[in-house]
Ligand binder design. Structure first.
Ligand code: SF4
Length: 195
């Protein structure tokens, strides 16, 4: 398996963004566009911060004491060439749980599962512990989903990673089939002159 240097690592968040619209990781990595942060993004960050202490007790059922938490835990999987920051990692000497906060209230999407799967792989490699659960806390955080990661998500994760690499290696703006409703909420809309 080819090992990547740190400079070549792909941010895991690109996988979810690619599945939303392939142009987003391309704008970020190839064009280096940095649109001003939109209100809902700022709101989402504040929400993450506020939810963090509230749910630790519920999440700890997966990991016996003594356990620790890290917020914004950096993880990387050099064998896959990916890295990222997990919202919260709970761990003891042998096991860990990956926790992601999502502002939306719906059931977990495939894109969110793909991102979570990549974080779990990277956490296992970085912390050398068994990942016993991946958890999505959604909406007002009353919704807690423990994700079962099956072969379908694994295949989708690897296929998406390959597609992201292909897209980032090209100077041609990728085609997008994003719907009007997606574009309406997209912070990169100003750069898409065909929309
Ligand atoms: S505005 Fe639409 S086409 Fe352009 S990057 Fe955003 S989602 Fe994709």
């Amino acid at each position: 398996m080819v090992m990547a240097s740190f400079d070549e690592l792909i941010p895991i968040s690109y996988l979810r963004q690619y599945l939303f619209c392939p142009r987003i990781p391309w704008y970020k990595a190839v064009m280096r566009f940095e649109p001003p942060e939109q209100g809902w993004v700022t709101q989402g960050k504040r929400w993450h911060e506020s939810q963090n202490p509230r749910h630790r007790r519920r999440l700890c059922k997966h990991i016996p004491q003594p356990r620790e938490h890290i917020v914004n835990a950096h993880v990387q999987a050099l064998s896959l060439g990916i890295h990222g920051y997990i919202d919260e990692l709970i761990f003891n000497e042998e096991k860990c749980v990956v926790v992601e906060y999502k502002v939306d209230k719906g059931k977990p999407t495939d894109a969110q599962k793909v991102q979570l799967y990549a974080y779990m792989l990277a956490a296992e490699q970085t912390y050398q512990r068994q990942v016993v659960a991946g958890v999505l806390l959604k909406g007002s955080a009353n919704k807690q989903y423990t994700i079962t990661l099956d072969d379908k998500i694994k295949d989708k994760c690897l296929t998406t990673l390959h597609a992201v690499r292909q897209t980032l290696s090209s100077h041609r703006m990728p085609h997008s089939s994003a719907t009007e409703s997606k574009c309406a909420q997209c912070e990169y809309l100003r750069y898409c002159n065909d929309r």
